[in-house]
Design a protein around this ligand. Structure first.
Ligand SMILES: Cc1ncc(COP(=O)(O)O)c(C=O)c1O
Length: 409
């Protein structure tokens, strides 16, 4: 009898995304002619940069000729892309070794898979509210412990509660934790940690021999002073942090799939006997045995992001979404909503009036304003009574949605 990994059964049976779609579809059946506006989107909508498209066309042609055909590539990624990434880090004053860069098929896979190279008994700290994959990956890997049915919290996870009082930023835990997931700029709140705030986490991790899994998926959106573009801008970070990056939200690669993760050679984990092991070595073994890497064509597309034209196109795409976020933020504020984020992030997080539950407000937005948002509760218990709007829609839809809200539709 083949046994199931029952930890998988402990995660929600239907994802929040599917729950939203179910509700939207129910609405559409009774209102087939209604024009809905999606402001809940976590996916991008602008097309790929032309530089990327051209580079991929060239790479496709290479595949058509015996002289230039490419079979299996290096599991860690092609040097041509790794070199561009290293050069980009140097513009931030960060020097990394070539061996520390691992090209991935996007951030989500590495966030999910990092648990493979970390001991089962680590205590994990996760912000609340935050991107739900950190918690689900912890549950599926059998590390989460037992759920408390009352508050839906897991016994082996330390929740870093973010509220209006903490300006929706995580605060250092009182207890010792081993693995800390930090998302900066944060999804869903759009809030950002500055260098001083991040330094506190690095000092904590050094003191407790913990590691930080730093998710920089929205790094391209940072446009405020003093917010680091990489955690390695902060002294000591190479000893304690891996950094996960993706081209999804900057260059529109959500459908194409490419990103990278940095494992500095200085970053150590420990055996039960107390011996040090570079985490990089474990990850490298994992990569060699579990994957044959990311497609050549896609990596050529990613390389094109670093050309002068490519960089310019990315700025334009990101600015488009940032402008939408700014419109949402300003309009909501003018209507009296308490908002967070939306400055260095495509996400605007806002307080729902009258302490309504976030699913109830979701229904109200859908039925009264024909707007789809994302209820805060899906990102963690502390997201209740809040809602997330995003700048990933079109400009026209964003403006129209705000008009509807202002006029009461
Ligand atoms: C915080 C965060 N990390 C990672 C991801 C996943 O990114 P990717 O498309 O690279 O898998 C997302 C996607 O929404 C995200 O919000």
């Amino acid at each position: 009898m083949a046994l199931a990994n029952e930890n998988y059964l402990k995660t929600p049976e239907i994802s929040y995304f599917d729950e939203i779609e179910k509700r939207v579809n129910a609405y559409k059946i009774t209102h087939p002619n209604s024009k809905l506006i999606r402001l809940g989107l976590g996916d991008v909508t602008r097309p790929l940069p032309n530089e990327v498209i051209q580079a991929m066309h060239r790479a496709v042609d290479e595949m058509a000729h015996v002289e230039t055909f490419k079979g299996y590539g290096p599991p860690q990624g092609y040097d041509f892309l790794i070199d561009k990434i290293l050069k980009d880090y140097r513009t931030l004053g960060v020097t990394l070794d070539k061996e520390s860069v691992f090209i991935s098929d996007g951030a989500k896979s590495d966030i999910g898979n990092i648990g493979h190279v970390l001991g089962r008994d680590n205590i994990i700290a996760i912000a609340d509210p935050v991107y739900p994959v950190y918690e689900n990956a912890t549950i599926m890997s059998g590390r989460a412990g037992i759920i408390n049915e009352d508050d839906q919290k897991w016994s082996n996870i330390v929740y870093l509660t973010c509220t209006a009082k903490t300006n929706f930023l995580p605060e250092l835990p009182n207890e010792k934790v081993d693995i800390i997931y930090l998302c900066n700029p944060n999804n869903p709140t759009g809030t950002v940690m500055n260098k001083a705030e991040l330094k506190k986490w690095i000092d904590y991790a050094i003191e407790h021999q913990s590691i930080i899994v730093y998710d920089g998926a929205y790094q391209a959106y940072i446009n405020e002073d003093d917010i680091p573009r990489s955690i390695y801008e902060i002294k000591g970070a190479k000893k304690v942090a891996i950094e996960i990056k993706t081209y999804s939200k900057s260059a529109g690669f959500t459908g194409l799939r490419c990103g990278y993760t940095i494992f500095p050679k200085e970053l150590m984990v420990y055996t039960r006997m107390g011996d040090q092991v570079p985490l990089l070595e474990l990850w490298s073994r994992r990569k060699t045995n579990y994957t044959n890497g990311v497609s050549y064509i896609v990596q050529r597309g990613a390389e094109a992001i670093y050309t002068r034209k490519g960089k310019q196109e990315i700025i334009e795409i990101v600015n488009y979404y940032l402008k939408n976020a700014a419109i949402i933020r300003q309009e909501l504020r003018a209507m009296g909503y308490e908002t967070y984020g939306g400055k260095s992030s495509p996400y605007v997080w806002f307080k729902i009036p009258d302490e309504q539950s976030s699913w109830k407000f979701f229904q109200q937005l859908l039925y009264d304003y024909k707007i789809i948002g994302t209820p805060g509760i899906v990102f963690g218990a502390s997201g209740e009574n809040y809602m997330r709007f995003t700048g990933f829609g079109s400009r026209e839809d964003t403006i129209e949605a705000m008009n509807r809200l202002r006029k009461g539709y």
